[in-house]
Design a protein around this ligand. Structure first.
Ligand SMILES: O=P(O)(O)OC[C@H]1O[C@H](OP(=O)(O)OP(=O)(O)O)[C@H](O)[C@@H]1O
Length: 179
């Protein structure tokens, strides 16, 4: 079994690039059908989504705009933990069809905040695509329209996802060993 070491942790091969990109083909096919004539704006969430966004957008054939945002933590007064806010959105999304592009929905916290914050700007509709979903880790109710792959709750790296900043450039996805 192919393994990689990143900092102090060992990871083993979990999803090959071939499997991932076959799943992306299927999502793109659905989006191309569903978004025809809708002039969508794709909003890709950095950093993790860069590889999924790139492969997905190469397959999207409907006329569309692509933009990138970051969900950055900020210091809040709430005791409920990290708060996150959208940074970098320059387009006016009023009355637009929006497609959020994420690499992973894990607890669902980031996506729930993103949906809540974008809804304040009165888009026509918001659709969500994520490359990966950990269904057993979900703690927040989120709307997910196009999920490429469902995976167990193990920590993973590669294809945009990092461990402590590293591993995003791996072309396959690896899961942590002995978890
Ligand atoms: O469902 P959740 O539990 O909220 O986890 C999912 C979020 O975690 C990762 O982002 P992260 O904040 O690590 O930033 P990154 O994209 O820069 O790696 C990932 O890209 C999602 O945005």
């Amino acid at each position: 079994m192919k393994t990689v070491k990143i900092k102090d942790k060992e990871f083993e091969l979990f999803l090959t690039q071939e499997v991932i990109e076959k799943a992306i083909d299927d999502i793109a096919e659905k989006l191309n059908k569903d978004l025809a004539g809708k002039d969508p704006l794709f909003i890709c969430v950095l950093n993790g989504s860069f590889m999924y966004a790139s492969e997905l957008m190469k397959r999207v054939t409907v006329p569309s705009e692509v933009s990138f945002v970051k969900m950055s933590s900020y210091q809040g007064t709430s005791s409920s933990g990290k708060l996150k806010e959208i940074y970098g959105l320059e387009e006016d999304i009023t009355d637009r069809t929006i497609v959020i592009v994420e690499d992973i929905v894990d607890t669902g916290y980031t996506m729930s905040l993103m949906l809540e914050q974008l809804a304040c700007d009165s888009p026509k509709e918001i659709l969500v695509t994520t490359l990966l979903l950990k269904p057993d880790a979900l703690k927040h109710k989120v709307q997910l329209d196009y999920v490429a792959l469902e995976i167990p709750s193990d920590f993973i790296v590669g294809y945009g996802l990092d461990y402590d900043g590293y591993g995003r450039n791996l072309a396959d996805i690896y899961k942590i060993k002995n978890s």
